[in-house]
Design a protein around this ligand. Structure first.
Ligand SMILES: NC(=O)c1ccc[n+]([C@@H]2O[C@H](COP(=O)([O-])OP(=O)(O)OC[C@H]3O[C@@H](n4cnc5c(N)ncnc54)[C@H](O)[C@@H]3O)[C@@H](O)[C@H]2O)c1
Length: 253
């Protein structure tokens, strides 16, 4: 297996990838890793300055990276992404539905507007992305989708009703999409991160889930990116409809 100078293998040469929420945090790490393994990567986000900067950093390393403004909850933005991908490559090999937002509100106080917003970004966004891009994924090579869930999807967490519901929904969407798209050779899996050091939880009091995490720390985003790179590579060619839990042991307690 050929590797780049830093020992990372080149499993994704000639693949075309789209990573939502690619401007920063885990999405940026996924974009780095996929590009480092040879993919042409589109970073989609609503944080245009951060996204443009991240794509520029990737290009400065010699990688193929393009930023595009894409609000995952907006069908028209997905249609525009479809047209761009179709015009530039005529296909898509890798889709990482990573964009997400969080809300922490006791159930009794949770407003319908907040509930709808969290569901529309975290779950509907992934649905729209999948539905829109299936025709391009059908034309891809070894096509694979990763949907980012969370340990709060399978487990639930006090104050996280909308977030946990959206992340549990991601698991149902993943399993069903895997069944429907298997005949097309498109694999669909979920990533289930535990605590990860990113801006989304920078304000969390008391280290969030760290006290309940056997490895005693949050993950670095690159540790999740390694899991995504595996799932979308041919190393995972018989892996579909499952969940890859990367949580420092949180779920074993
Ligand atoms: N950090 C954690 O501890 C943790 C744990 C489990 C799961 N997750 C999930 O991992 C994913 C990545 O989060 P992160 O930790 O990198 O946090 P983050 O806040 O750094 O990244 C989330 C990204 O999604 C983007 N985004 C938000 N709304 C969007 C929209 N409507 N359209 C497009 N992009 C949008 C943000 O701008 C941001 O770039 C999220 O789905 C999150 O729920 C995070």
């Amino acid at each position: 297996m050929p590797t780049s100078g830093n020992g990372i293998s080149h499993r994704l040469t000639n693949r075309v990838a789209l990573v939502t929420g690619g401007a920063r945090g885990q999405g940026a790490a996924h974009a780095y890793r996929l590009a480092g393994e040879g993919a042409a990567v589109f970073l989609a986000d609503v944080l245009d300055d951060d996204g443009a900067r991240t794509a520029e950093e990737l290009r400065a390393k010699g990688f193929d990276a393009t930023y595009l403004h894409l609000d995952v909850s907006t069908p028209d933005d997905w249609d525009a992404a479809y047209r761009l991908l179709d015009a530039k490559h005529g296909r898509l090999d890798i889709l990482v539905n990573n964009a997400g937002i969080v809300d922490v509100t006791p159930l009794e106080d949770l407003g319908l507007d907040v509930w709808n917003r969290v569901l529309s970004v975290n779950l509907t966004g992934a649905f729209l992305g999948l539905r829109t891009l299936i025709p391009l994924l059908r034309k891809g090579t070894g096509s694979a989708v990763v949907n980012t869930s969370s340990i709060f999807g399978p487990s639930g967490a006090i104050g996280y009703a909308a977030y946990a519901a959206s992340k549990a929904g991601m698991l149902g969407l993943t399993r069903t999409a895997a069944l429907e798209l298997a005949p097309d050779g498109i694999r669909v899996n979920a990533l289930v991160p535990g605590g990860v050091s990113t801006p989304i939880n920078a304000q969390e009091p008391d280290g969030g889930v760290v006290p309940e995490t056997p490895l005693g720390r949050r993950a670095d985003p690159t540790e999740l990116a390694a899991a995504v790179a595996y799932l979308v590579s041919d190393d995972a060619s018989f892996v579909t409809g499952t969940e890859l839990v990367v949580d420092g042991g949180f779920s074993t307690r």
